[in-house]
Design a protein around this ligand. Structure first.
Ligand code: ADP
Ligand code: MG
Length: 356
């Protein structure tokens, strides 16, 4: 972890984008790209990519990331940013119980960035593609007057009857979440704090070893392909599913509204890492609030029929956190005393004026 200032090209050994031109830039960034998917007929290099989608259903999803709104380059290394930008899209495909096959990447970039900086970004993009066996098949490149904008589109596929929407949860289904929650939010708090310290004293590089897990959750999230593979292996088709990008509360409310069921969620069942608990103590905020409202964990939240209980009850990747009930009950958090508290969707409010 290294805190940097701005990325301005003050170093003469770095290559300015203006010296290169658009075509050379695209070529430079993408000349190592190889196609691995049988459905990718033609990738980068023509006016459009060609896909042969003969089987099943095709899924398409897009995310737009803007510097200063969705990421902060003072603590986000560009390689991590590239990786994360891909992962957030792949996570949406996995959340449909589908498999991603291709992505396109469009960037708008100011001349404050160097070729070397964009190479870093693309090394992260290509690593995510490699780890998830996804082909980079195209995109667009343009200049911007300030900052960096990245838009990624992911294309996936699934056998028709496997696709899982938000809308299929039934009363009494079990509510299940993968991994643990609140880590990305805790990591963000640490990074924001250290950024403020760094501003005052730029020579002081922080020791972040005690926060490594949470910072990784923020800077290098992973999309849960393993959970989708596990469900297939266990022969479980979730009745509804969503990925957790905005916080557990708001995702539960999405499942509730789409499926027309309520949920009871048990506070003591919420999965949280011990490091996240100690960061919450350090910042004096409630760890349940971090789990419910912190975003960007990219875990999967899904419902399964009760009959699947034995298959998942002790699985290390999964936690059963509650169950679906009638719609009129709404979404309730049940605490250790048995008291019920209505869940509210706070989430990542992109339009609130808050930086995230
Ligand atoms: P056009 O003028 O037809 O939009 P471009 O010169 O923008 O063509 O793109 C040429 C090729 O490079 C196309 O295959 C396009 O998909 C690909 N491409 C352009 N920008 C990017 C990028 N940032 N990442 C990946 N592929 C890109
Ligand atoms: Mg173009």
């Amino acid at each position: 972890m290294y805190f940097c200032g701005m990325l301005e090209n003050k170093n003469p050994s770095k290559t300015s984008l203006s010296s290169l031109g658009e075509f050379a830039l695209i070529d430079h960034l993408t000349n190592t790209v190889e196609l691995t998917q049988s459905s990718s007929v033609m990738g980068i290099g023509d006016d459009a990519a060609i896909l042969d989608l003969s089987e099943g259903q095709t899924l398409v999803t897009t995310d737009l990331l803007i510097e200063g709104v969705h990421f902060d380059l003072s603590y986000m290394p560009l390689k991590h940013l590239g990786y994360k930008a891909v992962i957030v899209n792949l996570s949406d495909i996995y959340a449909m119980n589908a498999k991603p096959n291709q992505i396109t990447v469009s960037i708008a970039v100011s001349n404050r960035f160097t070729l070397e900086a964009l190479e870093e970004l693309y090394s992260g993009i290509q690593l995510a593609c490699k780890n998830h066996t996804v082909d980079l098949i195209g995109g667009d490149t343009t200049s911007s007057t300030s900052g960096l904008t990245i838009s990624i589109t992911a294309i996936g596929s699934a056998i028709d009857k496997q696709v899982t929407r938000r809308s299929g949860a039934q009363e009494n289904d079990l509510l299940v979440v993968s991994g643990d929650l609140g880590g990305a939010y805790a990591g963000l708090q640490i990074l924001e704090r250290e950024k403020a310290v760094f501003k005052v004293n730029p020579n002081n590089q922080p020791d972040l070893t005690n926060y490594a897990y949470s910072i990784e959750r923020q800077l290098k999230p992973e999309a849960r392909k393993d959970v989708i593979d596990l469900l297939a292996e266990l022969k479980i088709k979730p009745t509804s599913m969503i990925d957790i990008s905005d916080g557990l509360s708001s995702e539960i409310i999405h499942l509730s509204k789409s499926s027309k069921v309520g949920f009871k969620v048990f506070e003591e069942k919420l999965p949280i890492d011990h490091e996240v608990i100690s960061i919450c103590e350090e910042f004096k905020f409630n760890s349940t609030t971090a789990v419910l409202n912190g975003g960007e964990d990219y875990e999967l939240l899904f419902t399964v029929p009760q009959k699947e209980f034995d298959k998942i009850k002790n699985h290390p990747l999964l936690s059963i956190i509650g169950h679906a009930c009638d719609f009129a009950t709404g979404c309730q958090l049940v605490n250790g005393l048995g008291q019920q508290i209505e869940l509210t969707a706070q989430g990542w409010q992109s339009f609130s004026g808050d930086s995230n």
